[in-house]
Design a protein around this ligand. Sequence first.
Ligand SMILES: Cc1cc2nc3c(=O)[nH]c(=O)nc-3n(C[C@H](O)[C@H](O)[C@H](O)COP(=O)(O)OP(=O)(O)OC[C@H]3O[C@@H](n4cnc5c(N)ncnc54)[C@H](O)[C@@H]3O)c2cc1C
Length: 380
Amino acid sequence: MLEAVLYEWLSAANHGLTMAPGLLHGAYACLKHHGSDELRERYLPKIATGEWLATMCLTEAHAGSDLGQVRTRAVPQADGSFRVSGGKIFISGGEHDLTPNIVHLVLCRLPDAPAGPKGLSLVLVPKVLPDGARNAVHCERIEEKMGLHGSPPCSMRFDEATGWLVGEPGRGLAAMFVMMNASRLHVALQGIGLLDAAWQKADAYAAEHRQMRAPGAVPASRGSEAADLIAEHPAIRRILDTQRAWIDGARTLAYRSALMLDVAAHDADPKAREHAQRWCSLVTPVLKAACTQQAFHGASECLQVFGGHGYVREWGIEQVVRDARVTMIYEGTNEIQAIDLLVRKVLPDGGAGMSALLLELRDTLDASREADADVQRRLA
Ligand SMILES: Cc1cc2nc3c(=O)[nH]c(=O)nc-3n(C[C@H](O)[C@H](O)[C@H](O)COP(=O)(O)OP(=O)(O)OC[C@H]3O[C@@H](n4cnc5c(N)ncnc54)[C@H](O)[C@@H]3O)c2cc1C
């Protein structure tokens, strides 16, 4: 949970730079749960300290949302290693010189694997091999993008690169999902951090700059000024207050989900673990889609507060709008989150889990309304 809070702050401060260490948490969890003792011993300590960074190599030119179409191949060798060949695109942090080694977790297909998602395996391919030799993995191109310029998404080529299997053959997606679920909460937190950064910039601007007379402005705040503060115009208050409500609500829900992830992993009571697991599986796709959708649209509203000054670079708000756009796309597009929620989480138990969650939320709301009324009574 503490990591979730920190991650939101880092994303608000610099989304692009935060992408570099952003995958370490998920890569660590994936290797810890599914890696062999040897792989864990060799890679986990340096992933934990951040001495080596990690990537998640899923997407191919023809296989984005539909990972079942992945074609990268891994051929077993007599010494237990694999030779990995194929191309991946959009790989965040695929190549850089920030760290001496990069640990790639590559979704690929073993010989004779069945078609579709059930034929996918996960292979760890390091940039530098244990004997110090450079592995046959190359960056062919860095994508030119709309925003997020601090993070290089690379087209990667694996030319019979050496790697080692993580988890069981054909269970690659299951192993990768350990990484993806952690990543989805992180992307929701990126959205919240970015929206808060946009709001802070807009709120400060509106509290300093003046334009026209605002209906209902407090005369005392005018002094000798010929115009009222931008913050006093009702249309601008609506923008600022709407984003503030989103930030506070989304933050509460995201931190609660991070706490539930801890409960699901560590609580001694199996019923508490099961309840927390249900919360996480139902709320994570909603958080990812809702927080990122609002991050982009809300940041664009915050840009409006600056007028033309928002559209030029010097106030920094246009960067937030550009950076926020990608959060609706990566880690499963928001359309894929909707499918995940309905098809994998709601329909399999006939909606029972979702109904229980909604009842729980209603009870929490009722309790907080009562607590609120109590505070009001005391204040009166
Ligand atoms: C900056 C950046 C960084 C990235 N980093 C990584 C990374 O580190 N590792 C990695 O593996 N990938 C990464 N990606 C790739 C990203 O995860 C994919 O772009 C994303 O999964 C979508 O795949 P696609 O681009 O092929 O779009 P497509 O899958 O072709 O989708 C196109 C459109 O169709 C919609 N669509 C597709 N199927 C359905 C459906 N069944 N129902 C409704 N709508 C549907 C999609 O939502 C989307 O709007 C990154 C991408 C970007 C832009």
